[in-house]
Design a protein around this ligand. Structure first.
Ligand SMILES: Cc1cc2nc3c(=O)[nH]c(=O)nc-3n(C[C@H](O)[C@H](O)[C@H](O)COP(=O)(O)OP(=O)(O)OC[C@H]3O[C@@H](n4cnc5c(N)ncnc54)[C@H](O)[C@@H]3O)c2cc1C
Length: 500
């Protein structure tokens, strides 16, 4: 990359959001120049980073796929490799690849209102070389967690353990588990995905959880989608399936929140059916919280339950007392022998990929800002960020965010505005958390993210239908979004008015 360059829009991150953002820009703002700066050497973000056995989506691919590019595979959920392939094909199909600059860790961005420009500093981590790019609009698609390290609690006695300990985020092909006794610590989506796959080759897998999560079995194929694909052109079949699944997911979420006891009984009842009456579902599959207080885990074709039933894997619920030479001792005294321990203990959240932001020479404390429509920080001009849903597919929101950014850019162009900025001008606004779930990683990382408020446009809906209206169709003007011209243009406007 040239050490100094300028583009209209700079996208940071070449994961599913950044690639989608590039497509929307090309499609809706064809005159804009843009670049994508990506820290890693490959595209795909999450789907390239995570390499543990069985890695797959736990959203259906008809909503996790882009609105503009049909998901054509028969599987309802997809493997990490299939998602990566889909992303590579998207990049090739729309000529996005030539716009991506790899190995660029974006570290600082400084905004000048006088020039209506960002100056962005990035470092090539392999050569140590620094580069600067200036842009008019900065679009952060850097995900939501720390790529360098996952979260591992401080377990007592870790150094005593004689086997290997691995966090799923650091999984490499040389992690041996064939014929090994494996303990997986954790009960979230990663553990539920990983265990059936490990159990195919391991001597035995034990899932060690402090407390249970909700696990829901669903068929691995969407029969209605299959039927639609057979009888309709691809695009129509995709659009219909997408809407069907959006509505179904919204209904299920609404039902779980409106009737938590009923939803809980249904989910736990299904687990009992899958595991048999003699299984202690009360202890191992009955969470202490309501469905969707934390993300509900998915078991396609009930694979996770089948693995437990087959005896190849088992569940232990309890606190860890310490690691021993041979495994783990729980606080109830149970000894779990292991050759390999997998710490599926979660992510460490990180906002904007760790970017430091300055506006007109002043450092911005990003967690002190309010999130405008869940995608802009208050009092930070011409910057948007892509954060997807936690209760539905990420891409539904990242697509809408990119469309909204394109609307903003076109609106500013057609009215001669140089920048826009959401002003948090109501001092009585009550701060709420932007992260809606009570999961451990959200609790730990809440303080790193901007705040929400109780009312629109500062309220994050986590609802595709409401966002569709607010982002695709509603007016761009409201009480808080301000559009500004460059100072010299403001001055000439005043003179023009004076002489008129
Ligand atoms: C294991 C796992 C499974 C998941 N499964 C699902 C699922 O089934 N459904 C769902 O909806 N969501 C899921 N998620 C959430 C998931 O992260 C999103 O769905 C989606 O992949 C996020 O895409 P993204 O492009 O926004 O971010 P990411 O995939 O995180 O990509 C961000 C990109 O930005 C780059 N970057 C970050 N910081 C910088 C920087 N400072 N400078 C330059 N580049 C930077 C990163 O290297 C990366 O390439 C899952 C998450 C994980 C961890």
């Amino acid at each position: 990359m040239p050490s100094e360059s300028h583009v209209d829009v700079l996208i940071v991150g070449a994961g599913i959001s950044g690639i989608g953002a590039a497509y929307h820009l090309q499609d809706k703002c064809p005159g804009k120049t843009y670049l994508i700066l990506e820290r890693r050497q490959r595209l795909g973000g999450t789907w390239d980073l995570f390499r543990y056995p069985g890695i797959r989506s736990d959203s259906d691919m008809y909503t996790f796929g882009y609105s503009f590019r049909p998901w054509t595979q028969p599987e309802f959920v997809a493997s990490g490799d299939a998602i990566l392939e889909y992303l590579r094909e998207t990049v090739d199909a729309y000529g996005i690849g030539e716009k991506i600059r790899y190995g660029q860790n974006v570290m600082r961005a400084s905004w000048s209102s006088r020039d209506a420009r960002w100056t962005v500093e990035a470092r090539d981590e392999s050569s140590g070389e620094d580069a600067r790019v200036s842009c008019n609009f900065l679009f952060m698609c850097a995900g939501y967690y720390d790529y360098d390290e996952g979260f591992t609690p401080d377990f007592e006695g870790v150094e005593r353990f004689g086997g290997r300990i691995i966090h799923p985020q650091n999984w490499t092909d040389d992690v041996a588990y064939q014929d090994q006794r494996v303990v997986v610590i954790g009960s979230g989506a990663t553990a539920v995905t990983l265990i059936p796959e490990l159990a195919k080759k391991a001597a035995h897998v034990t899932m060690l959880q402090r407390s249970p999560s909700y696990v829901v079995a669903k068929p691995g194929r969407d029969r209605i989608a299959d039927w639609l694909r057979k009888h309709l052109p691809q695009r129509h079949a995709y659009a219909l399936t997408r809407w069907k699944n959006v509505l179904y997911t919204m209904f299920m979420y609404w039902f779980c929140r409106a009737r938590p006891e009923r939803a809980k009984a249904l989910i736990v009842g299904e687990a009992r059916k899958m595991l048999g009456d003699d299984y202690d579902v009360e202890t191992h599959f009955t969470p202490r919280y309501d469905p969707w207080d934390q993300r509900v885990c998915l078991a396609p074709d009930g694979d996770f339950f089948q693995t437990i039933r087959s005896g190849r894997a088992s569940v232990v619920t309890g606190e860890i007392d310490c690691f021993t030479e041979n495994g783990i001792r729980t606080s109830s005294g149970t000894e779990l022998e292991a050759d390999l321990i997998v710490t599926a203990t979660g992510l460490e959240l990180r906002f904007l990929g760790g970017l430091q932001v300055q506006v007109d020479g002043h450092a911005v404390d990003l967690p002190e800002t309010f999130a405008y429509k869940g995608m802009m920080c208050s009092d930070v001009p011409n910057m948007a960020l892509s954060l997807g849903y936690t209760n539905a597919s990420w891409t539904l929101k990242s697509d809408l965010t990119a469309e909204y950014v394109c609307r903003l850019l076109n609106h500013m162009d057609s009215h001669g505005y140089a920048y826009c900025c959401a002003r948090a001008n109501n001092p009585s606004m009550q701060a709420e958390s932007m992260l809606p779930l009570s999961s451990g990683y959200m609790e730990r990382g809440r303080h790193r993210f901007p705040k929400d408020a109780a009312l629109a446009p500062w309220k994050l809906h986590q609802n595709y239908a409401l966002d569709l209206v607010a982002l695709r169709y509603a007016s761009l003007k409201d009480d808080v979004m301000q559009f500004e011209r460059l100072a010299e243009h403001r001055a000439s406007d005043s003179w023009r008015k004076f002489f008129a």
